[in-house]
Design a protein around this ligand. Structure first.
Ligand code: ADP
Ligand code: MG
Length: 419
């Protein structure tokens, strides 16, 4: 166990922060002690530091497995900016040239590299496995660990190979981190990584500054225009299911004098990233987007998130609404719900493998029962994440502020979904 003073001085020296956030200090101590660690922290909670700091303090190189090349690069750049040595952090992925890969390997062998970020598909490459077998590894960090689970929102089959590869390269403690908090996903991760005995650090997922509201989808476009006019000058995101709807709605808003742009993966990349920048730079107020928008975007003052279409899972709902109020200020989360949308989502699933369909239906069903519930939204949402919320009236959701009779039709939906 390191003294608090020692840890804080490393924190200051390597990252410029004066204090730890949330459970960071306990997590870091656990990693330094060589234990397996499981970290559940909401997005923005400060998960990266939980492996970056111990990596700087321990002997050897920490292997960081992370799914997104762009995020990897950001983190490596940030680490280098702080350190005196450019070799302190590197990444290995398919974007690197042969000579760049050689340089990385050289730095690692010389012991200069404390953090080596590896994409899961690079980790499976035989030549990389051979290389990693011969270096001193302090620990493995599996970031975005929910990618292991089919119950998570971003399943990646390569993530399932991590454990066997770790066995091949050589065992070291593992820290797995995620913001996807359902008990099912947690169990999947721990089981798959062979760390059922890990010490678990779970933060609360309650976002007390967010207001949750679900409305029947009637005249949703009109309602949205009214809502935005009432919130003039505030930043917001509107999520739609299809690219077509994104384009349509953005255009309708523009025609109505609202400063809005579309964003979806089908647009050419220059326009798309231009629109994203305009939103970040406050040149425009509203982005109408598919769920392609938001991953890794850190805009602190998003004041509302509207779901024009209901999301496919409560997990997605939590992640997307979670982009509101990052700065701790108000965040209004408004969702339009109709049974027709559920049918549409169900239709999308047809043609997928049966097991995937079953999972999809179950997730959809949970979303339906959230939307139709007359119980405190916060209570239902936190319960979904395995958390007990005991406050009788949260004071910040439609059901607490305007109690209503139970939504009709749940049974019908359950039957229609055939589960
Ligand atoms: P997560 O991966 O959990 O979403 P990040 O690791 O990206 O979160 O951190 C979110 C933000 O919090 C980053 O801007 C990071 O620099 C900042 N942060 C992390 N730890 C601390 C700390 N101890 N003090 C101040 N800021 C911190
Ligand atoms: Mg992260």
């Amino acid at each position: 166990m390191k003294t608090e003073f020692e840890l804080v001085s490393h924190l200051k020296k390597n990252f410029g922060f004066d204090t730890f956030k949330g459970s960071q200090e306990e997590v870091i101590n656990n990693v330094l002690n060589g234990n397996d660690t499981f970290v559940l922290m909401p997005t923005g909670g400060g998960k990266s530091l939980c492996y970056q700091l111990p990596a700087m303090m321990l002997e050897g190189t920490a292997i960081i497995i992370s799914p997104l090349i762009a995020l990897m690069k950001n983190q490596v750049d940030a680490m280098r900016n702080f350190g005196e040595d450019d070799g302190v952090a590197h990444f290995m992925n398919s974007s690197l040239s042969k000579s760049a890969t050689l340089k990385v390997k050289e730095d690692v062998i010389e012991g200069r590299t404390k953090l080596l970020y590896v994409a899961p598909e690079s980790l499976t490459k035989e030549s990389n496995i051979e290389f990693l077998k011969n270096i001193k590894i302090s620990f493995y960090a599996v970031d975005e660990a929910h990618c292991i689970s089919e119950w998570g929102h971003d399943f990646r089959p390569e993530y399932r190979k991590i454990r066997p590869i770790v066995e091949e390269i050589g065992k070291a403690p593992i820290i797995a981190l995620t913001a996807t908090a359902t008990p099912k996903v947690q169990h999947d991760i721990q089981k798959n990584l062979g760390m059922l005995e890990a010490n678990v650090y779970k933060s609360s997922f309650n976002r007390s500054n967010l207001y949750y509201e679900v409305k029947p989808k009637v005249d949703a476009t009109k309602e949205i225009i009214k809502f935005i006019r009432k919130n003039e000058g505030k930043s917001g995101i509107i999520y739609c299911l299809s690219r077509k709807k994104v384009e349509e709605l953005a255009e309708t808003l523009q025609v109505n004098g609202i400063n809005a742009v579309p964003y979806h993966a089908g647009m050419d990349s220059a326009t798309r990233s231009g629109n994203q920048d305009k939103f970040l730079m406050e040149d425009i107020d509203v982005v109408v987007a598919t769920i392609a928008f938001g991953m890794g975007i850190d805009k602190p003052d998003v004041r509302f998130v509207i779901h024009y279409d209901i999301p496919k899972s409560l997990e997605g709902y939590y992640q997307e609404t979670g982009r509101a109020g990052r700065d701790g200020g108000e965040g209004h989360c408004l969702t339009f719900y109709s049974y027709k949308d559920i049918q549409k989502l169900e239709k999308f699933m047809q043609g997928k493998p049966i097991a995937e369909q079953e999972i999809g239906k179950q997730l959809l069903l949970e979303t339906v029962s959230y939307a139709e519930s007359a119980v405190c939204r916060r209570t239902v949402l936190l319960h979904y994440f395995g958390e007990t919320h005991t406050q009788e009236n949260c004071g910040s959701c439609d059901n607490c502020l305007h109690p209503k009779k139970e939504f009709q039709g749940e049974e019908y939906v359950v039957k229609a979904l055939n589960v």
